[in-house]
Design a protein around this ligand. Sequence first.
Ligand code: ZN
Length: 79
Amino acid sequence: MMLLKPEMCPYCGEKRLEELQPTEVVIDDMLWTIYHYECQFCSEVFDKIVPEGEMKYDIFSEGFDAETDEDDGEKRFNN
Ligand SMILES: [Zn+2]
């Protein structure tokens, strides 16, 4: 498991970090959560990007069986 919260500021090494409102983005059906941290010591802001996993689309799991295109009708022969 990855640590969701970094232990210290990458700029000054202090551990006084304020977690800001995270941003969620979807890239290629993958949900990424971007966590923003602000160091309370040097006021630097840095991000940590965590892949949450694939987006699940349950609507695609049903409905494909309803319409089958059977080719038992008129057949055409071209001479
Ligand atoms: Zn810092």
